[in-house]
Design a protein around this ligand. Structure first.
Ligand code: PT1
Length: 280
């Protein structure tokens, strides 16, 4: 299966890596190291060399409790990086934003995917996405980044989140977006307890039934901190375990910071999967 990202192809026959490129001074794990555009561009080129099939550029942190920034600040952070990286690499580049103004400017600057943690629920977001020709990632989030971890609550998280994404896919299709341009994401850590996150991870197969590729973002998240009792810089092995579990259950895009390591574990999974399918 191939996703058309405004002219650039994302081939999903095997699970692939989406490299996270935060252009935020308060980014939850990069500590603002990539605030300068040229450093971000260099890091993006490096992630592609390490095997990333797509990059995801974000200027606003959406981790729990993150500070709000203005649209202008977000644009100032991400646009210079898009303008340079689009020239420097061949893989599709995604814009991680909740804001239609940023979607519009980034897709005009060459973004091939809109990754929206708010699943295009902002007024005009859907229309901007359809008009842009970009692919979209629809993510589930309960409440907002500022409040989402206060008291996450579901009767049945898997059922409710699958249903939410089904409704968002329908809204996109009704607005004129082909389902061939849609991927979905359960939204690990976005208004979810450890128990919710683990139920979602174990039931990714139920998201596959939505009929579009599933993306997961697990990298370095608090769920691994909770399980391992380890800080952010010691969650690589936990994140890799999560990536393999997700791939085994059918996820096709793994959003992560540690690109080379994640590419390696996915290559092992893919080698196994290919061998098994050849024999059967
Ligand atoms: C994600 C994601 C994202 N995550 C998509 N986009 C973040 N599609 C940003 C924690 O619990 O999973 N999917 N864009 C980063 N957000 C978080 C959320 C970071 C929770 C950390 C946590 O530690």
């Amino acid at each position: 299966m191939v996703i058309d990202c405004a002219g650039r192809s994302l081939v999903l026959d095997q699970p692939v890596v989406m490299g996270v490129l935060n252009v935020t001074p308060d980014s939850f794990s990069d500590g603002g190291r990539f605030i300068a555009a040229d450093i971000a561009v260099e890091r993006g080129i490096e992630m592609v060399a390490d095997g990333a099939a797509i990059l995801d550029i974000g200027g606003e942190s959406t981790r729990p409790g993150a500070e709000l920034i203005s649209i202008q600040q977000e644009l100032d952070r991400v646009l210079p990086v898009f303008e340079e990286l689009v020239q420097a690499i061949d893989v599709p580049i995604s814009i991680d934003t909740r804001h239609p103004e940023v979607m519009l400017a980034a897709t005009a600057a060459g973004a091939g995917m809109i990754n929206d943690v708010n699943a295009l629920r902002a007024p005009t977001a859907l229309a901007v996405a359809v008009e842009s020709g970009a692919a979209v990632c629809l993510m589930h989030m309960q409440a907002t980044p500022q409040t989402m971890q206060d008291a996450p609550c579901y009767a049945d998280p898997v059922l409710e989140i699958v249903q939410f994404l089904r409704e968002r896919i329908a809204a996109c299709e009704a607005a004129g977006l082909s389902c061939a341009k849609i991927v979905v994401d359960p939204g690990f850590g976005f208004g979810k307890t450890l128990s919710h996150n683990l139920q979602l991870l174990g039931h990714i197969d139920q998201f596959i039934e939505l009929g579009v590729p599933v993306l997961v973002g697990l990298s370095r998240k608090k769920m691994f901190g909770d399980i391992l009792q380890k800080p952010i810089d010691q969650r690589l092995c936990g994140s890799l375990a999560g990536a393999v579990i997700a791939a085994e259950r059918g996820a096709r895009i793994i959003r992560c910071h540690d690109v080379g390591e994640t590419v390696d574990v996915l290559k092992v999974w893919s080698a196994m999967a290919q061998q098994v399918s050849e024999i059967n």
